[in-house]
Design a protein around this ligand. Structure first.
Ligand SMILES: O=C(O)C1=N[C@H](C(=O)O)C[C@H](O)C1
Length: 287
């Protein structure tokens, strides 16, 4: 199981590869996990936003958890289990635990517009699943605003071990780091280096599916006090990051992974669609 102490570094939310018909391509998935592990990642997230979690069936999730677990060894396995139904979230989190997950990444409940108290109770109820939880705050996707006081209450719960911060607000990040003693991870790839400078403990970064070793170097150079070298390495990654978020994630990422032959197709499941031809032209220049 993952603890506050071991939650840090470059954690990769892996894509879910599909074949031309849109079926799960478990062989490509397993090869991706092997490559990511050998690149030195500090954790893997299966079924995150980048893994197209809204479209993944339970049987597919089970197959991916089993495949990832068999490759990862001691490297932490985190599973995205969040939804806007508390009972369903508890059930999926308990399933993830039974299949060998070390922690769950749980997004704030979206769409049904719970009150701040409702959100607190949602996270409190997750204790029942008996798996460490990382709170995932991404308001531009969920439409849910988490007040700072709400974050503080949730982060005090014993089963909550960290926060994935995707608001993109550096002032807020600094407030969180100074008031919350648990690890805060960057979920806004462009701010990864800045977030380390503010006291963040690492990042859950879709971009790190590619050029993974360089992302790990940014983190390790920073940890070794080589701040300029870390920033220089991060600057080299910026064009990649900007391209990957020029259209909804993970479409550009899947396109690049397919171009580099890491996955067989850039197929997504509707309502997500492949990148436009304009973006593909920009991607070719980047390649
Ligand atoms: O899947 C994730 O976890 C991430 N998703 C974010 C998004 O798609 O908005 C980006 C971040 O890199 C990690």
């Amino acid at each position: 199981m993952l603890s506050e102490k071991s939650l840090h570094g470059v954690i990769v939310p892996i894509v879910t590869p599909f074949d031309q018909r849109g079926n799960l391509d478990i062989n490509s998935f397993q090869k991706l996990v092997v490559r990511l592990k050998s690149s030195g990642i500090h954790g893997l997230v299966v079924n995150g936003t980048t893994g197209e979690s809204p479209t993944i069936e339970d049987a597919e999730l089970e197959a991916m958890i089993a495949a990832a677990r068999s490759v990862l060894g001691e490297t932490p396995l985190i599973v995205g289990t969040g939804s806007n139904n508390t009972a369903a979230t508890i059930k999926k989190t308990a399933l993830a635990k039974a299949l060998g997950a070390d922690a769950a990444l749980v997004v704030t409940p979206y769409y049904n517009r719970p009150s701040q108290q409702g959100i607190i109770e949602h996270f409190r109820a997750l204790a029942e699943a008996d798996l460490p939880i990382i709170l995932y705050d991404i308001p531009h996707r969920t439409g849910v605003t988490l007040e700072l006081d709400t974050v503080k209450v949730i982060m005090k719960m014993d089963h909550i071990i960290g926060l994935k911060e995707s608001t993109g607000n550096i002032k807020r990040l600094m407030r969180l780091v100074s008031t919350i003693p648990k690890p805060i991870l960057c979920g806004e790839d462009e701010l990864f280096f800045a977030s380390l400078c503010c006291g963040g403990k690492g990042g859950i970064l879709a971009s790190a599916n590619l050029d993974t070793k360089q992302f790990v170097q940014v983190y390790e150079l920073f940890g070794a006090g080589k701040i300029d070298a870390s920033r220089e390495r991060f600057d080299q990654l910026l064009p990649l990051i900007l391209f990957l978020f020029s259209e909804p994630n993970p479409a550009p990422l899947k396109w690049l992974l397919a171009q580099r032959r890491h996955i067989r197709t850039d197929r997504l499941r509707l309502p997500m669609t492949s990148i436009s031809s304009d973006s593909a032209e920009k991607g070719v220049q980047l390649l």
